[in-house]
Design a protein around this ligand. Structure first.
Ligand code: FES
Length: 100
């Protein structure tokens, strides 16, 4: 299933936003003009990554500092051990769609 998640104008380069779609919490980020989406709920203890910080490709959880790669969902630094799911995106005009 594919749903519209945001407009490209909502998300300047270097920014991220969290959104909820069909029961899934998704973190969407713009990294140098490319868009990426991973799960927004930290796999450590459930904090929202969208309330953390984005530094290049690294998104840092506000609670205990786990760091994930926004491009893949991979854990770069614990305490989290499990990766975030990664979602495919499609851009059409200025609209961003995510495959759930
Ligand atoms: S909940 Fe994210 S690091 Fe603990």
């Amino acid at each position: 299933m594919e749903v519209r998640i945001a407009a490209t104008t909502d998300l300047p380069s270097g920014k991220m936003i969290g959104s909820e779609n069909s029961g899934k919490e998704i973190l969407l980020a713009n990294l140098n003009g490319k868009y990426y989406a991973i799960g927004d709920i930290c796999t450590h203890a459930g904090c929202k990554l969208s309330e953390g910080t984005l530094n290049g490709e690294k998104v840092r959880c506000p609670c205990h500092g786990s760091t994930f790669d926004i491009r893949t969902g991979k854990v770069l630094r614990g305490p989290a051990e499990n990766p975030e799911p990664s979602f495919n995106l499609r851009i059409e005009g200025d609209q961003i769609f995510v495959s759930l």
